[in-house]
Write a protein that binds this ligand. Structure first.
Ligand SMILES: [Zn+2]
Length: 167
């Protein structure tokens, strides 16, 4: 990695998810790599899921920060294969989610074989309360504040909380 590509990584890693204040695109595993090709800094990102509204804002912020750091010209490439999985969220990212009161995702389910239709039935999953750690929780709503989170309630401490779904 060139110095410029390494600097680009450090700058890009500071871009945060607008929905969770200090969770960065590096924490989320969205930032895949930085490179320098023919004088252009190439940043590769993988969106969490297609149509995630936060992605547009993160891209704009990425461009602004990199240009602001004098790293232009910059090209942002989107890599869709392999697809993003919640398993890419780093340990630091999971700790930040929990600190924000959001239960981090568990292990992602195995991808369904392409020929078999994906069942839309949610498998019951033990989600631990980010506040007290109790596993005695219930899903209130499959969609929380954002499309990638569900709303839960803890039966032990009675507090509602959000859970980032496994993808
Ligand atoms: Zn609790």
């Amino acid at each position: 990695m060139t110095d410029r590509a390494a600097l680009a990584w450090n700058v890009a890693a500071g871009v945060v998810d607008p929905e969770i204040a200090d969770l960065t695109i590096a924490d989320l595993g969205i930032l895949r790599g930085t490179d320098e090709r023919d004088g252009t800094v190439v940043v590769t990102v993988t969106p969490t899921f297609s149509g995630c509204p936060a992605m547009t804002e993160m891209r704009r912020d990425l461009m602004r920060r990199l240009s602001g750091a004098g790293l232009g010209p910059v090209e942002i490439r989107t890599a869709l294969s392999p697809p993003w999985t919640s398993d890419w969220i780093t340990a630091e990212g999971r700790a930040k989610l929990a600190a924000a009161g959001i239960s981090p995702p568990g292990p992602a389910p195995d991808p369904a074989p392409e020929s078999v239709p994906v069942a839309l039935v949610a498998t019951p999953r033990r989600v631990a309360c980010p506040r007290c750690g109790s596993g005695d929780t219930a899903e209130l709503s499959h969609f929380g504040a954002t499309a990638c989170r569900s709303l839960y309630r803890c039966r032990a401490c009675r507090e509602p909380f959000e859970h980032m779904r496994e993808i």
